[in-house]
Ligand binder design. Structure first.
Ligand code: FES
Ligand SMILES: [Fe+2]
Length: 381
């Protein structure tokens, strides 16, 4: 999807795609789960899903089920969905509303929404038992621009530090004020990294996305984040088009306080390790990627609009949704054929072109996070 030809001087000469094991190995996938997905801030969707006290939803990653909720004092919280008595998964319904407590269905231990154990029948028969010792195990949670993030590291890097380069960056887009008009889940038979690598370049846009290339020529734009966990930049729309829609016209009111340059641009950012954020003048699209297996990823895509665009039926929000649903599917297809080809004994790491510098930088972030910089990264120098 994203572009970009005019990059700063990023030394990518000699960079090759990652070796096969990065896409097929269960051991490496387990390492990624531990060192990346259990240690970084991972986006789990919009805060509006838990707008009121008691609202919750379950977030599942690997063997972990996490209850994400808003407690009685209005705080957002996340707790592992494992009872402190004998470990039962307490909550089985994907989303809903708690009254004032969470009760385990097995022996009825009961927890306040802040995670405190408040009821445990006949526990006075357990020597030395103190309810205070059996708080639900909590997970760090943060909210940024209306998006929720969790970090499973018991001593996580503070969110404000990890996200320092993004804080305030998108303020003019009014992200917390936008409404989710559509959510589509895609089950993609490809490694999660292929999705990021694909998003990070527009070298593929002419052959894969004829509709997109008509509106934003694949050599337009510039990167403005080109190193580290957050990468991206913008592409420029042709004069005669207002947005990335099937019609080429705007499909909603402008999302925020955008200037003239913003009105002609589409911004694309990959937010390591699981979020893609695409900002158009009239809507914003967010992808959240959950790795399921080395060769399979679940991708949730949400389209966010100014509430007026959804209320006022003269706007055709479907025009933007249909555009990206089509483009998404084109992307997933090339990710899937990549996965299929890489799994073959005929695969060899191939050279990245100068138009794929952000894909190279993404790979470097993966290697860094795995503690494998310079090792096995296919000649990334
Ligand atoms: S396992 Fe939850 S109360 Fe026993
Ligand atoms: Fe694409």
């Amino acid at each position: 999807m994203a572009t970009f030809v005019k990059t700063r001087d990023i030394p990518i000469a000699g960079a090759h795609t990652l070796p096969q094991e990065f896409f097929i190995s269960p051991e490496l996938f387990a390492q990624e789960r531990e060192r990346i997905f259990a240690r970084r801030w991972v986006c789990i969707g919009r805060e509006s899903k838990i707008a009121s006290k008691g609202d919750y939803f379950l977030h599942t990653i690997g063997a972990d089920s996490i209850i994400v909720l808003r407690d009685q004092s209005g705080e957002i919280r996340a707790h592992y969905n494992s009872c402190r008595h004998r470990g039962a998964r307490m909550c089985e319904t994907a989303s809903g509303k708690f009254s004032e407590t969470i009760q385990c269905p097995y022996h009825a231990w009961t927890y306040a929404l802040d995670g405190r154990l408040v009821g445990a029948q006949t526990s006075d028969s357990i020597p030395g038992f103190d309810k205070k010792d059996f708080h639900l195990v909590s997970v760090a949670i943060a909210s940024w621009e209306g998006f929720l993030f969790i970090n499973q590291d018991p001593t996580p890097e503070p969110f404000e530090e990890a996200f320092a380069s993004l804080l305030g960056r998108f303020e003019r887009f009014n992200l917390p004020g936008l409404t989710v008009a559509r959510t589509i889940e895609y089950d993609v038979k490809a490694n999660w990294k292929l999705v990021f690598q694909n998003y990070s370049e527009c070298y593929h846009c002419s052959p894969v996305h004829p509709q997109l290339t008509k509106i934003t020529p694949s050599n337009s734009g510039e990167n403005d984040l080109f190193e580290g966990p957050f990468l991206g930049g913008y592409m420029v729309m042709n004069e005669q088009h207002e947005s990335l829609t099937m019609s080429g016209e705007a499909c909603g009111v402008t999302v925020g306080e955008l200037d003239e340059a913003d009105m002609r641009r589409v911004y694309y950012y990959s937010i390591f390790p699981n979020m893609l954020l695409s900002l158009h003048p009239d809507y914003v699209m967010a992808h959240y990627i959950t790795p399921v297996a080395p060769d399979r990823s679940l991708i949730t895509c949400e389209w966010l609009f100014h509430p007026d665009s959804v209320r006022d039926e003269t706007w055709d929000v479907e025009d933007g949704i249909a555009f990206w649903d089509l483009t998404n599917r084109q992307d997933w297809h090339v990710c899937e054929i990549s996965q299929a080809g890489i799994q073959s004994r005929g695969y060899r790491p191939g050279p990245y072109s100068s138009r794929e510098s952000l894909s190279v930088m993404f790979d470097r972030e993966v290697l860094n996070a795995l503690g494998r910089d310079g090792a096995g990264g296919g000649d990334i120098d």
